[in-house]
Design a protein around this ligand. Sequence first.
Ligand code: NAD
Length: 390
Amino acid sequence: MIIGGDGYCGWATALHLSKRGYAVSIVDNLCRRSMDDQLGFNSLSPIKGIHERVRKWKEVSGRDIDLFVGDVCDYEFLGAAFKKFAPTACVHFGEQRSAPYSMMDRTRAVFTQTNNVMGTINVLYAIKEFAPECHCIKLGTMGEYGTPNIDIEEGYITITHNGRTDTLPYPKQGGSFYHLSKCHDSANMLFCTKAWGIRTTDLNQGVVYGLSTDETDMHPDLVNRLDYDAVFGTALNRFCIQAAVGHPMTVYGKGGQTRGFLNIRDTVRCIQIACDNPAPPGEMKIYNQFTEQFSVNELAAMITEAGKKVGLNPEVITVPNPRTEMEEHYYNAKNSKLQDLGLEPIAMRGEFLEGLLKQIITYKDRVDQRLILPGVNWKESASVAEVIAK
Ligand SMILES: NC(=O)c1ccc[n+]([C@@H]2O[C@H](COP(=O)([O-])OP(=O)(O)OC[C@H]3O[C@@H](n4cnc5c(N)ncnc54)[C@H](O)[C@@H]3O)[C@@H](O)[C@H]2O)c1
Protein backbone atom coordinates (compact mmCIF):
# COMPACT_ATOMS: atom_id res chain seq x y z
CA MET A 1 0.00 0.00 0.00
CA ILE A 2 1.56 3.26 -1.15
CA ILE A 3 0.05 6.15 0.79
CA GLY A 4 0.71 9.38 -1.14
CA GLY A 5 1.08 7.33 -4.33
CA ASP A 6 -0.03 10.22 -6.54
CA GLY A 7 2.93 12.36 -5.39
CA TYR A 8 6.50 12.69 -6.67
CA CYS A 9 8.15 9.85 -4.74
CA GLY A 10 4.98 7.79 -4.36
CA TRP A 11 4.05 7.58 -8.04
CA ALA A 12 7.54 6.47 -9.09
CA THR A 13 7.62 3.93 -6.24
CA ALA A 14 4.17 2.50 -7.03
CA LEU A 15 5.19 1.82 -10.64
CA HIS A 16 8.63 0.46 -9.68
CA LEU A 17 7.11 -2.08 -7.27
CA SER A 18 4.19 -2.94 -9.57
CA LYS A 19 6.62 -3.67 -12.43
CA ARG A 20 8.53 -6.05 -10.16
CA GLY A 21 5.48 -8.12 -9.32
CA TYR A 22 4.37 -6.62 -5.99
CA ALA A 23 0.57 -6.21 -5.66
CA VAL A 24 0.28 -2.42 -5.32
CA SER A 25 -2.44 -0.06 -4.16
CA ILE A 26 -2.34 3.72 -4.01
CA VAL A 27 -4.01 5.72 -1.24
CA ASP A 28 -4.07 9.48 -1.83
CA ASN A 29 -6.49 12.33 -1.18
CA LEU A 30 -4.97 14.40 -4.04
CA CYS A 31 -4.43 17.38 -1.69
CA ARG A 32 -1.06 18.09 -3.33
CA ARG A 33 -2.88 18.86 -6.57
CA SER A 34 -5.32 21.20 -4.79
CA MET A 35 -2.42 23.06 -3.14
CA ASP A 36 -1.11 23.84 -6.64
CA ASP A 37 -4.59 25.03 -7.60
CA GLN A 38 -4.87 27.22 -4.48
CA LEU A 39 -1.48 28.86 -4.96
CA GLY A 40 -1.41 29.08 -8.78
CA PHE A 41 1.50 26.63 -9.21
CA ASN A 42 1.99 23.83 -11.72
CA SER A 43 4.23 20.84 -12.27
CA LEU A 44 6.78 21.56 -14.98
CA SER A 45 5.98 18.21 -16.57
CA PRO A 46 2.35 17.82 -17.73
CA ILE A 47 1.04 15.18 -15.31
CA LYS A 48 -2.19 13.30 -15.95
CA GLY A 49 -4.96 12.76 -13.40
CA ILE A 50 -4.53 9.77 -11.10
CA HIS A 51 -7.30 7.68 -12.71
CA GLU A 52 -5.83 8.23 -16.16
CA ARG A 53 -2.35 7.38 -14.86
CA VAL A 54 -3.47 4.10 -13.36
CA ARG A 55 -5.46 3.14 -16.51
CA LYS A 56 -2.43 3.91 -18.70
CA TRP A 57 -0.19 1.82 -16.43
CA LYS A 58 -2.53 -1.16 -16.87
CA GLU A 59 -2.43 -0.65 -20.65
CA VAL A 60 1.37 -0.34 -20.78
CA SER A 61 2.36 -2.98 -18.21
CA GLY A 62 -0.66 -5.27 -17.93
CA ARG A 63 -0.56 -4.69 -14.15
CA ASP A 64 -3.42 -3.44 -11.96
CA ILE A 65 -2.96 -0.82 -9.27
CA ASP A 66 -5.86 -0.55 -6.78
CA LEU A 67 -6.81 3.05 -6.13
CA PHE A 68 -8.27 4.42 -2.90
CA VAL A 69 -8.92 8.15 -3.10
CA GLY A 70 -9.34 9.55 0.39
CA ASP A 71 -7.69 11.10 3.42
CA VAL A 72 -5.61 9.08 5.88
CA CYS A 73 -6.84 11.44 8.59
CA ASP A 74 -10.29 9.90 7.97
CA TYR A 75 -9.94 6.68 9.96
CA GLU A 76 -13.14 5.12 8.59
CA PHE A 77 -11.83 5.51 5.03
CA LEU A 78 -8.35 4.26 5.96
CA GLY A 79 -9.74 1.28 7.86
CA ALA A 80 -11.91 0.30 4.87
CA ALA A 81 -8.88 0.52 2.55
CA PHE A 82 -6.82 -1.66 4.95
CA LYS A 83 -9.61 -4.26 5.19
CA LYS A 84 -10.06 -4.39 1.41
CA PHE A 85 -6.38 -4.46 0.39
CA ALA A 86 -4.88 -6.23 3.46
CA PRO A 87 -1.35 -4.83 2.97
CA THR A 88 1.75 -6.72 4.08
CA ALA A 89 3.74 -3.46 3.77
CA CYS A 90 2.49 0.09 3.96
CA VAL A 91 4.77 2.83 2.58
CA HIS A 92 3.65 6.15 4.03
CA PHE A 93 4.56 9.11 1.79
CA GLY A 94 1.18 10.84 2.32
CA GLU A 95 2.08 14.04 4.12
CA GLN A 96 2.31 17.77 3.48
CA ARG A 97 5.98 17.85 2.54
CA SER A 98 7.02 21.45 2.03
CA ALA A 99 8.90 23.40 4.72
CA PRO A 100 8.03 26.79 3.13
CA TYR A 101 4.32 25.81 2.90
CA SER A 102 4.34 25.01 6.62
CA MET A 103 5.88 28.43 7.34
CA MET A 104 3.44 30.48 5.23
CA ASP A 105 0.99 31.23 8.01
CA ARG A 106 -0.59 29.84 11.16
CA THR A 107 -3.31 27.98 9.28
CA ARG A 108 -0.84 26.10 7.10
CA ALA A 109 1.46 25.38 10.07
CA VAL A 110 -1.48 23.82 11.89
CA PHE A 111 -2.62 21.98 8.75
CA THR A 112 0.86 20.53 8.23
CA GLN A 113 1.17 19.19 11.74
CA THR A 114 -2.44 17.98 11.96
CA ASN A 115 -2.34 16.30 8.55
CA ASN A 116 1.05 14.67 9.10
CA VAL A 117 0.91 13.71 12.77
CA MET A 118 -2.75 12.60 12.79
CA GLY A 119 -2.36 10.76 9.50
CA THR A 120 0.59 8.77 10.83
CA ILE A 121 -1.20 7.94 14.09
CA ASN A 122 -4.14 6.67 12.02
CA VAL A 123 -1.82 4.52 9.88
CA LEU A 124 -0.26 3.04 13.04
CA TYR A 125 -3.70 2.30 14.51
CA ALA A 126 -4.91 0.79 11.21
CA ILE A 127 -1.92 -1.57 11.27
CA LYS A 128 -2.58 -2.52 14.89
CA GLU A 129 -6.29 -3.06 14.28
CA PHE A 130 -6.49 -4.54 10.77
CA ALA A 131 -3.03 -5.80 9.73
CA PRO A 132 -0.77 -6.40 12.77
CA GLU A 133 1.91 -8.14 10.67
CA CYS A 134 2.06 -5.23 8.16
CA HIS A 135 5.43 -3.48 7.98
CA CYS A 136 5.06 0.31 8.20
CA ILE A 137 7.69 2.14 6.13
CA LYS A 138 7.41 5.80 6.90
CA LEU A 139 9.13 8.68 5.12
CA GLY A 140 10.90 11.07 7.40
CA THR A 141 13.58 13.53 6.35
CA MET A 142 17.27 14.16 7.00
CA GLY A 143 16.08 17.65 8.01
CA GLU A 144 14.81 16.15 11.28
CA TYR A 145 18.40 16.05 12.54
CA GLY A 146 19.12 19.72 11.80
CA THR A 147 22.80 20.61 11.48
CA PRO A 148 24.53 19.50 14.72
CA ASN A 149 28.25 20.11 15.15
CA ILE A 150 28.89 16.34 15.44
CA ASP A 151 28.46 13.42 12.99
CA ILE A 152 24.85 12.41 12.30
CA GLU A 153 24.28 8.72 13.03
CA GLU A 154 21.60 6.56 11.41
CA GLY A 155 18.78 7.05 13.85
CA TYR A 156 20.37 6.02 17.14
CA ILE A 157 23.42 7.20 19.09
CA THR A 158 25.22 5.46 21.94
CA ILE A 159 25.96 7.93 24.74
CA THR A 160 27.97 7.49 27.90
CA HIS A 161 26.81 9.96 30.54
CA ASN A 162 27.99 10.10 34.16
CA GLY A 163 29.48 6.64 33.80
CA ARG A 164 26.37 4.96 32.34
CA THR A 165 25.82 4.04 28.68
CA ASP A 166 22.66 3.76 26.59
CA THR A 167 21.66 3.73 22.91
CA LEU A 168 19.08 6.44 22.35
CA PRO A 169 17.24 8.08 19.44
CA TYR A 170 19.58 10.63 17.83
CA PRO A 171 18.53 14.17 18.90
CA LYS A 172 16.15 15.87 16.49
CA GLN A 173 16.10 19.62 15.78
CA GLY A 174 13.52 20.30 13.08
CA GLY A 175 13.98 23.66 11.34
CA SER A 176 10.35 24.32 10.33
CA PHE A 177 6.84 23.25 11.33
CA TYR A 178 7.09 20.65 8.53
CA HIS A 179 10.34 19.17 9.82
CA LEU A 180 8.95 19.21 13.35
CA SER A 181 5.89 17.25 12.17
CA LYS A 182 8.32 14.53 11.06
CA CYS A 183 10.12 14.59 14.44
CA HIS A 184 6.74 14.10 16.17
CA ASP A 185 5.92 11.25 13.75
CA SER A 186 9.20 9.51 14.59
CA ALA A 187 8.54 9.75 18.33
CA ASN A 188 4.97 8.42 17.88
CA MET A 189 6.17 5.57 15.69
CA LEU A 190 8.85 4.48 18.11
CA PHE A 191 6.35 4.53 20.96
CA CYS A 192 3.74 2.46 19.04
CA THR A 193 6.38 0.04 17.79
CA LYS A 194 7.41 -0.77 21.34
CA ALA A 195 3.96 -0.58 22.93
CA TRP A 196 2.17 -2.75 20.33
CA GLY A 197 5.02 -4.85 18.98
CA ILE A 198 4.47 -3.73 15.37
CA ARG A 199 7.08 -3.59 12.57
CA THR A 200 8.26 -0.14 11.51
CA THR A 201 11.02 1.47 9.47
CA ASP A 202 11.66 5.22 9.56
CA LEU A 203 13.46 6.52 6.46
CA ASN A 204 15.23 9.82 6.93
CA GLN A 205 15.29 10.80 3.31
CA GLY A 206 17.54 13.45 1.78
CA VAL A 207 16.50 15.86 -0.96
CA VAL A 208 15.26 13.89 -3.98
CA TYR A 209 16.16 14.99 -7.50
CA GLY A 210 15.48 13.88 -11.06
CA LEU A 211 12.39 13.18 -13.11
CA SER A 212 12.72 9.80 -14.82
CA THR A 213 12.52 6.26 -13.66
CA ASP A 214 12.38 3.32 -16.08
CA GLU A 215 8.64 2.97 -15.47
CA THR A 216 7.60 6.64 -15.70
CA ASP A 217 9.50 6.76 -19.01
CA MET A 218 7.37 3.95 -20.46
CA HIS A 219 4.68 6.39 -21.71
CA PRO A 220 4.34 10.22 -21.70
CA ASP A 221 1.08 9.87 -19.70
CA LEU A 222 3.06 8.26 -16.87
CA VAL A 223 5.39 11.26 -16.47
CA ASN A 224 6.16 12.22 -12.87
CA ARG A 225 5.61 15.66 -11.38
CA LEU A 226 8.51 18.17 -11.26
CA ASP A 227 8.07 21.16 -8.97
CA TYR A 228 10.03 24.33 -9.49
CA ASP A 229 8.14 26.97 -7.50
CA ALA A 230 9.69 28.40 -4.34
CA VAL A 231 7.30 26.49 -2.07
CA PHE A 232 7.41 22.90 -3.39
CA GLY A 233 10.51 22.93 -5.61
CA THR A 234 13.60 21.34 -4.03
CA ALA A 235 17.12 22.71 -4.47
CA LEU A 236 18.60 20.73 -7.36
CA ASN A 237 15.40 20.45 -9.45
CA ARG A 238 14.81 24.19 -9.02
CA PHE A 239 18.37 25.15 -9.97
CA CYS A 240 18.22 23.01 -13.12
CA ILE A 241 14.95 24.62 -14.17
CA GLN A 242 16.30 28.10 -13.47
CA ALA A 243 19.40 27.32 -15.54
CA ALA A 244 17.30 25.91 -18.40
CA VAL A 245 15.10 29.02 -18.71
CA GLY A 246 17.98 31.50 -18.40
CA HIS A 247 17.10 32.63 -14.86
CA PRO A 248 20.11 32.91 -12.52
CA MET A 249 20.25 30.15 -9.92
CA THR A 250 19.06 31.66 -6.63
CA VAL A 251 21.52 30.68 -3.89
CA TYR A 252 20.08 31.54 -0.46
CA GLY A 253 22.65 33.50 1.57
CA LYS A 254 26.23 32.18 1.74
CA GLY A 255 25.31 28.86 0.06
CA GLY A 256 27.31 26.73 2.50
CA GLN A 257 24.12 24.91 3.58
CA THR A 258 24.98 21.22 3.14
CA ARG A 259 22.40 18.45 2.79
CA GLY A 260 22.09 14.83 1.70
CA PHE A 261 20.71 14.15 -1.80
CA LEU A 262 19.51 11.15 -3.80
CA ASN A 263 18.22 10.38 -7.26
CA ILE A 264 14.51 9.46 -7.56
CA ARG A 265 15.74 6.18 -9.09
CA ASP A 266 17.51 5.47 -5.80
CA THR A 267 14.43 6.45 -3.78
CA VAL A 268 12.37 3.71 -5.43
CA ARG A 269 15.13 1.14 -4.92
CA CYS A 270 15.54 2.11 -1.27
CA ILE A 271 11.82 1.57 -0.70
CA GLN A 272 12.02 -1.84 -2.33
CA ILE A 273 14.96 -2.73 -0.07
CA ALA A 274 12.98 -1.58 2.97
CA CYS A 275 9.96 -3.68 1.87
CA ASP A 276 12.14 -6.74 1.36
CA ASN A 277 13.78 -6.39 4.79
CA PRO A 278 10.91 -5.94 7.26
CA ALA A 279 11.75 -4.89 10.78
CA PRO A 280 11.16 -7.55 13.43
CA PRO A 281 8.06 -6.99 15.60
CA GLY A 282 8.71 -4.35 18.27
CA GLU A 283 11.76 -2.84 16.55
CA MET A 284 11.91 0.41 14.59
CA LYS A 285 14.67 0.37 11.99
CA ILE A 286 16.01 3.77 10.99
CA TYR A 287 17.93 4.41 7.76
CA ASN A 288 19.41 7.63 6.44
CA GLN A 289 18.17 7.51 2.85
CA PHE A 290 20.55 9.66 0.83
CA THR A 291 23.56 8.85 -1.32
CA GLU A 292 25.73 12.00 -1.51
CA GLN A 293 26.03 15.27 0.35
CA PHE A 294 26.59 18.66 -1.26
CA SER A 295 26.46 22.31 -0.30
CA VAL A 296 24.16 24.64 -2.22
CA ASN A 297 27.24 26.32 -3.76
CA GLU A 298 28.53 22.92 -4.94
CA LEU A 299 25.17 22.19 -6.60
CA ALA A 300 25.23 25.52 -8.42
CA ALA A 301 28.80 24.86 -9.60
CA MET A 302 27.96 21.37 -10.92
CA ILE A 303 24.91 22.68 -12.79
CA THR A 304 26.97 25.53 -14.25
CA GLU A 305 29.45 22.99 -15.62
CA ALA A 306 26.77 20.62 -16.96
CA GLY A 307 24.75 23.54 -18.38
CA LYS A 308 27.68 24.74 -20.48
CA LYS A 309 27.94 21.29 -22.04
CA VAL A 310 24.32 21.46 -23.24
CA GLY A 311 24.59 24.99 -24.66
CA LEU A 312 23.31 26.97 -21.67
CA ASN A 313 25.05 29.81 -19.91
CA PRO A 314 24.02 29.35 -16.28
CA GLU A 315 24.52 32.20 -13.81
CA VAL A 316 24.36 32.28 -10.04
CA ILE A 317 22.99 35.07 -7.83
CA THR A 318 22.86 35.33 -4.08
CA VAL A 319 19.47 36.23 -2.64
CA PRO A 320 18.69 36.99 1.00
CA ASN A 321 18.00 33.72 2.79
CA PRO A 322 14.27 33.49 3.59
CA ARG A 323 14.92 30.59 5.97
CA THR A 324 16.31 30.57 9.48
CA GLU A 325 19.24 28.18 9.13
CA MET A 326 23.04 28.06 9.43
CA GLU A 327 24.68 29.03 6.14
CA GLU A 328 28.09 27.56 7.00
CA HIS A 329 28.32 24.53 9.24
CA TYR A 330 29.79 21.11 9.89
CA TYR A 331 27.85 18.29 8.20
CA ASN A 332 28.75 14.63 8.16
CA ALA A 333 25.83 12.20 8.06
CA LYS A 334 26.16 8.42 8.00
CA ASN A 335 24.35 6.52 5.24
CA SER A 336 25.74 2.99 5.04
CA LYS A 337 22.78 0.83 6.11
CA LEU A 338 20.86 0.86 2.80
CA GLN A 339 24.09 0.26 0.89
CA ASP A 340 24.84 -2.69 3.18
CA LEU A 341 21.47 -4.09 2.09
CA GLY A 342 22.37 -3.76 -1.59
CA LEU A 343 21.75 -0.19 -2.75
CA GLU A 344 24.20 0.84 -5.48
CA PRO A 345 23.98 4.63 -5.53
CA ILE A 346 23.70 6.71 -8.68
CA ALA A 347 26.15 9.64 -8.74
CA MET A 348 24.90 13.14 -9.45
CA ARG A 349 28.01 14.30 -11.29
CA GLY A 350 28.54 13.76 -15.00
CA GLU A 351 26.01 12.74 -17.61
CA PHE A 352 23.03 12.64 -15.29
CA LEU A 353 22.85 16.43 -14.87
CA GLU A 354 23.24 17.05 -18.60
CA GLY A 355 20.39 14.59 -19.26
CA LEU A 356 18.14 16.26 -16.69
CA LEU A 357 18.83 19.70 -18.16
CA LYS A 358 18.00 18.43 -21.66
CA GLN A 359 14.75 16.91 -20.39
CA ILE A 360 13.81 20.17 -18.66
CA ILE A 361 14.57 22.21 -21.79
CA THR A 362 11.82 20.26 -23.61
CA TYR A 363 9.28 21.62 -21.07
CA LYS A 364 10.75 25.10 -20.81
CA ASP A 365 7.72 26.85 -22.36
CA ARG A 366 5.63 25.71 -19.39
CA VAL A 367 7.74 27.62 -16.85
CA ASP A 368 6.02 30.53 -15.09
CA GLN A 369 8.98 32.78 -14.17
CA ARG A 370 6.93 34.48 -11.41
CA LEU A 371 7.12 31.27 -9.38
CA ILE A 372 10.90 31.12 -9.30
CA LEU A 373 11.92 33.68 -6.67
CA PRO A 374 11.74 32.78 -2.96
CA GLY A 375 8.30 33.54 -1.57
CA VAL A 376 8.06 32.52 2.07
CA ASN A 377 10.14 34.11 4.81
CA TRP A 378 10.47 32.13 8.06
CA LYS A 379 10.46 35.31 10.17
CA GLU A 380 7.43 36.85 8.50
CA SER A 381 5.13 33.85 8.88
CA ALA A 382 1.86 35.71 8.50
CA SER A 383 -1.88 35.29 8.69
CA VAL A 384 -3.67 33.67 5.76
CA ALA A 385 -5.29 36.95 4.81
CA GLU A 386 -1.90 38.66 4.40
CA VAL A 387 -0.46 35.83 2.33
CA ILE A 388 -3.46 35.70 0.01
CA ALA A 389 -3.34 39.50 -0.34
CA LYS A 390 0.27 39.20 -1.59
N1 NAD B 1 10.72 15.11 -2.28
C1 NAD B 1 11.74 15.16 -1.44
O1 NAD B 1 12.82 15.67 -1.77
C2 NAD B 1 11.62 14.56 -0.06
C3 NAD B 1 12.74 14.59 0.78
C4 NAD B 1 12.66 14.04 2.05
C5 NAD B 1 11.48 13.46 2.48
N2 NAD B 1 10.39 13.47 1.65
C6 NAD B 1 9.14 12.86 2.15
O2 NAD B 1 8.66 11.88 1.25
C7 NAD B 1 7.23 11.92 1.20
C8 NAD B 1 6.80 12.11 -0.25
O3 NAD B 1 7.32 13.35 -0.75
P1 NAD B 1 6.94 13.86 -2.19
O4 NAD B 1 7.99 14.79 -2.64
O5 NAD B 1 6.56 12.71 -3.02
O6 NAD B 1 5.64 14.73 -1.83
P2 NAD B 1 4.34 15.00 -2.70
O7 NAD B 1 3.65 16.18 -2.11
O8 NAD B 1 4.66 15.02 -4.16
O9 NAD B 1 3.47 13.68 -2.42
C9 NAD B 1 2.76 13.48 -1.22
C10 NAD B 1 1.40 12.87 -1.59
O10 NAD B 1 0.68 12.62 -0.39
C11 NAD B 1 -0.66 13.01 -0.56
N3 NAD B 1 -1.20 13.32 0.77
C12 NAD B 1 -0.82 14.32 1.62
N4 NAD B 1 -1.59 14.29 2.72
C13 NAD B 1 -2.43 13.24 2.58
C14 NAD B 1 -3.48 12.70 3.40
N5 NAD B 1 -3.80 13.27 4.57
N6 NAD B 1 -4.16 11.61 2.96
C15 NAD B 1 -3.84 11.04 1.77
N7 NAD B 1 -2.88 11.52 0.94
C16 NAD B 1 -2.19 12.60 1.36
C17 NAD B 1 -0.60 14.20 -1.51
O11 NAD B 1 -1.81 14.42 -2.20
C18 NAD B 1 0.55 13.82 -2.44
O12 NAD B 1 0.09 13.16 -3.59
C19 NAD B 1 6.80 13.04 2.12
O13 NAD B 1 6.43 12.50 3.36
C20 NAD B 1 8.03 13.89 2.27
O14 NAD B 1 8.05 14.57 3.48
C21 NAD B 1 10.43 13.99 0.39
